[in-house]
Design a protein around this ligand. Structure first.
Ligand SMILES: C[S@@+](CC[C@H](N)C(=O)[O-])C[C@H]1O[C@@H](n2cnc3c(N)ncnc32)[C@H](O)[C@@H]1O
Length: 175
């Protein structure tokens, strides 16, 4: 199938899903995406904002910096040479620590999945970009919530994309 036909088929699947009220994403589940991305891009350095139990961290096997005020990574997530864990908010981390001192060449990949409010996400993005080089990739979670029920300023518990979607216009304008 050529690219045009693939896009047309994708649009058709999306139309059918919307018509049936099914709001699930149809692409790769995000952890599978991160794993696949890691295998293809083969980064040497990874910066993660929002680590929780380390499920996303586990997708990368290169040296890593991870930041979360409530850090509880499972052992499988620590299976790499160096994992530098900072148990604090990302704002404090970027204020007090020098990423380029740890990764002098800059981070190859950053994944932003911390506090799901757009102003936090924008600050994380601005701060992460300062630690990047020209070919870095910054992956931003929660900007395409499939269901409005997942959104909002306050979490009602369970899956929550916050209002990261509000940051999309700024992200799309970014060079
Ligand atoms: C959705 S979870 C991260 C999940 C993880 N990335 C994964 O995919 O397995 C969001 C995390 O952000 C953390 N968090 C909340 N506020 C934060 C902040 N200001 N800075 C950094 N992390 C924050 C929470 O403690 C929580 O563990």
């Amino acid at each position: 199938m050529n690219e045009q036909a693939a896009h047309a088929e994708g649009r058709e699947v999306k139309r059918e899903a919307e018509a049936s009220g099914d709001r699930r994403h149809r692409g790769l589940q995000y952890l599978a995406f991160l794993k696949r991305f890691s295998q293809i891009a083969r980064p040497n350095s990874y910066l993660e904002i929002g680590t929780r139990d380390g499920s996303s961290l586990a997708a990368f096997d290169c040296d890593a910096i991870c930041v979360d005020p409530v850090m509880r990574p499972k052992p499988a997530a620590l299976n790499r040479g160096r994992t530098l864990a900072f148990q604090m908010t990302s704002d404090r981390f970027f204020r007090e620590h020098d990423v380029l001192g740890i990764f002098p060449g800059g981070v190859d990949v950053a994944f932003l999945d911390g506090m799901h409010r757009f102003e936090f996400l924008l600050r994380d993005l601005i701060n992460a970009e300062r630690c990047c080089h020209a070919r870095s990739t910054v992956i931003v979670h929660d900007c395409f919530p499939p269901d409005p029920k997942l959104t909002g300023r306050v979490s009602a518990g369970g899956a929550w994309a916050g209002d990261c979607v509000e940051a999309r216009a700024d992200l799309e304008r970014a060079p």
